[in-house]
Design a protein around this ligand. Structure first.
Ligand SMILES: Cc1cc2nc3c(=O)[nH]c(=O)nc-3n(C[C@H](O)[C@H](O)[C@H](O)COP(=O)(O)OP(=O)(O)OC[C@H]3O[C@@H](n4cnc5c(N)ncnc54)[C@H](O)[C@@H]3O)c2cc1C
Length: 368
């Protein structure tokens, strides 16, 4: 039996594994065949938080640093400050995994987790793995959380399509977001340098041809860009699930809904929840306590670390959705001050005017 079985080798699972003492018996399983691939991401990460986690930012996989974001809607161009890094995510994940390669098992897919009194059984396509504790870091999947009643509602999903493009015309010192009320979503352009950019589009409209909408956006923004490689993926966009722990189980990253709902940004929250999960897992092993009463501290620590940002993200999501639905995008991007945008996106503080509007919106939604 392993001390810990980690399901999923994305940012959450890799971060957790990288923080565990190598003397522990743990294993990381993933259904994919190669760490970091396939890429399904815009690769933008908060700079300050990244530096807090890794001590510095001058790693070879950090391709660009930007301090300015530009929002584009028809003829409105709005810029505001926000500090982000553009990373090469496959190389970043390979770097995260470098110290525990012997504990990685790829091509193993988790089908279920069965919690027993003396262990947790991870049922996989290649047999059963037993662990004293399981870290569920399997991305935007919710089957096991639903089975253990850790969530009441299905999450809202942002469906994305995009790719790496060359020959872009954008300023490499900025990140760009294009909006159009037709799509209830946005297109991002995150330059890596003067030539390459990660470009993608996400929407919450069910049944929309996401690839077609993306191609329309591109032809408007920069028709000369050339596709190098494409990706598609989904990200949960309605905030954390009700509970991110159970007996012998901690849920991290996207699987716990730890995504800034307003933008679909989840790398940092996956990394931070993985770090906290590793810390709590070591304490649980030391005390031989794997009950939900003990593991509750994982939920509390995540909430303390980034709970405010999660709440601000939900408000930001709802107000964006409302503006796009009601064709008030002009107001969405002209009314908030730069200070208010920074409060919502970077500091996790909800400005008074946004809070007021949000309570009204939520109240009316309940009534009608
Ligand atoms: C198109 C797109 C663009 C995005 N852009 C950004 C961005 O620019 N910035 C940002 O911060 N966030 C972005 N996100 C969100 C971000 O990618 C996620 O929040 C982040 O990857 C979550 O990390 P994770 O480790 O929780 O999950 P994942 O990265 O999804 O990793 C989960 C791992 O589990 C594995 N797995 C899944 N099911 C099983 C199973 N049953 N058994 C075993 N293994 C399994 C998967 O193969 C995967 O390796 C984007 C998401 C998408 C889809």
């Amino acid at each position: 039996m392993y001390d810990i079985v980690i399901v999923g080798a994305g940012p959450a699972g890799l971060m957790a594994a990288s923080k565990l003492p190598k003397s522990l018996s743990f294993i990381v399983i993933d259904g994919k065949e190669k760490i970091g691939y396939p890429l399904k991401c815009g690769e933008g990460v908060r700079e300050e938080e990244f530096v807090k986690l890794f001590g510095r930012k001058d790693y070879p996989f950090v391709r660009n640093t930007v301090h300015e974001h530009e929002i584009i809607y028809k003829n409105i161009h709005r810029t505001f400050e926000a500090e982000y890094l553009q990373i090469d995510r496959p190389r970043f994940e390979q770097w995260l995994a470098k110290d525990f390669k012997d504990k990685l098992r790829l091509g193993i897919k988790c089908e279920d987790v069965i919690i027993k009194k003396d262990c947790a059984e991870v049922i996989t396509n290649k047999g059963i793995l037993k662990g004293r504790l399981v870290l569920l870091c399997y991305g935007c999947n919710f089957k096991i959380q639903k089975k253990y009643k850790l969530m009441k509602k299905n999450p809202i999903l942002l469906v994305c399509y995009g790719g790496i493009y060359k020959n872009h015309k954008f300023d490499p010192n900025k990140f760009y977001a294009y909006f159009d009320e037709k799509y209830l979503g946005y297109m991002w352009i995150f330059p890596k340098d003067k030539n390459l950019a990660n470009v993608g589009f996400g929407t919450v409209v069910k049944g929309l041809n996401v690839k077609k909408a993306f191609v329309d956006f591109i032809s408007e923004a920069n028709p000369g860009m050339k596709l190098v490689s494409s990706y598609g993926g989904i990200v949960p966009c309605s905030g954390p699930i009700d509970k991110c722990y159970y007996d012998r189980l901690l849920v991290c990253g996207d699987a716990a809904g730890f995504v800034y709902a307003g933008t679909g940004e989840g790398i940092y929250f996956a990394l931070e929840s993985g770090r906290i999960a590793a810390d709590v897992a070591v304490k649980a092993l030391n005390k031989d306590r794997f009950d939900k009463g003990f593991l509750k501290r994982y939920g509390e620590l995540c909430d303390k670390s980034f709970g405010k940002l999660m709440k601000a993200g939900i408000v930001f999501y709802d107000l964006q959705y409302l503006a796009l639905r009601k064709k008030k995008v002009n107001e969405l991007f002209t009314l908030p001050t730069n200070k208010e945008i920074k409060m919502m996106v970077s500091d996790g503080k909800i400005p008074f005017r946004a809070k007021l509007l949000w309570y009204l919106y939520r109240g009316l939604k309940k009534v009608f």
